[in-house]
Design a protein around this ligand. Structure first.
Ligand SMILES: Nc1nc2c(ncn2[C@@H]2O[C@H](COP(=O)(O)OP(=O)(O)OP(=O)(O)O)[C@@H](O)[C@H]2O)c(=O)[nH]1
Ligand SMILES: [Mg+2]
Length: 310
């Protein structure tokens, strides 16, 4: 009996890995295959190749600084072609290690609050649905707070997802976002929820309003739920690469981000952005979205990710 289960587990792991591999295939091509193609069958790496390698790395959206740094290391250490793959692997792993733990924090016997932020269209609401669905299936009591009170129909969209995920929602259309969060924390505490996930707006009239609104929500969380385990997750669209990262700057100014979620990794060639998030922002990626379905969410695991792209 035990063996039977073991075999199933293995098969499940295998298919989960091939799903990931498939999702990152374009990223892998941009980041690894293109670089190795430049080197080809040559033994030594010359100046021209170095320039092309740098360009390929920049194109793969790992960020200019990092691309320059890696290319310089290849040059200064006089690396041979045969060692490039292992060199990149090692550098990437180290980079991800330096940005901190990739595990999504969850503390039992506490209220866990996931404060979800990001520019409009990044995939916040979909990510919330996926996360809620997963936590609910793990036996947790989950409440969603519809605090995107800016975009028309945002509350309705979250409501529909909450029903699909089979979790509860607190919405108060017309109220401001901070008061929705205030009420949601009350409800979560009074009714014994383990998890509260907060949806927020991506675009307000201007940057200033957005920062102020997010700060206000953060203030409510800190004041109303000082004992809660809080993760502030920045949601980034993998397709936007470096562009998305600079647009997301405003969120880092407003909220102390504890982790990133990279959505739409399926079909994106810009997954290299994970390394820029780690290097430039010092933020660990914790979740990845690999499709539009409610089950298309994965924990980001560095070793698995590196294995999948190499
Ligand atoms: N392929 C793919 N599509 C995704 C993924 N995550 C989200 N999407 C799609 O991206 C679009 C935007 O997603 P939303 O969740 O509404 O984004 P949002 O950040 O809440 O947007 P606003 O509420 O307007 O700020 C939708 O069409 C989603 O189906 C993903 O991992 N893969
Ligand atoms: Mg939304």
């Amino acid at each position: 009996m035990l063996n039977f289960f073991k075999k199933n587990d293995n098969e499940e792991n295998k298919s989960a890995f091939s799903t990931l591999k498939e999702a990152v295939s374009k990223t892998s091509e941009a980041l690894v295959k293109n670089v190795l193609n430049i080197i080809g069958n040559n033994n030594d790496i010359d100046e021209f190749m170095l320039e092309d390698i740098e360009e390929a790395l920049i194109k793969a959206d790992i960020g200019v600084d990092l691309a320059v740094l890696l290319t310089e290391k290849i040059k200064n250490n006089k690396l041979k072609s045969s060692s490039i793959k292992d060199f990149l692997k090692k550098e990437f792993i180290e980079l991800l290690n330096n940005a901190g733990s990739n595990a999504l924090n969850y503390e039992p016997n506490k209220l866990n609050i996931y404060f979800i932020t990001g520019i409009n269209g990044a995939g916040k609401t979909t990510l919330i649905a996926k996360l809620a669905y997963r936590l609910k299936n793990e036996g947790k009591k989950v409440l969603l707070a519809a605090a995107d009170t800016f975009r028309a129909a945002a509350e309705e969209q979250l409501d529909i997802w909450s029903k699909r995920a089979g979790v509860d929602i607190l919405r108060d259309d017309g109220a401001d976002s901070a008061s929705v969060v205030y009420r949601a924390i009350d409800k979560a505490k009074n009714e014994g929820y383990d998890t509260l996930i907060i949806d927020t707006a991506g675009r307000l009239q201007n940057k200033f309003n957005l920062i102020e609104e997010l700060k206000k929500i953060k203030g409510v969380i800190d004041k109303k739920a000082p004992d809660a385990n809080v993760e502030s997750i920045l949601v980034l669209d993998a397709n936007l690469g470096q562009n998305g990262l600079s647009q997301a700057k405003v969120f880092r100014e407003a909220v102390q981000i504890t982790g990133a979620a990279l959505t739409k990794l399926d079909g994106s060639s810009k997954g290299g952005i994970i390394f820029a998030i780690a290097k430039e922002y010092n933020i660990p990626t914790k979740l990845i979205g690999i499709g539009e379905k409610i089950t298309d969410l994965k924990d980001f695991k560095k070793d698995e990710f590196i294995e999948a792209i190499f």
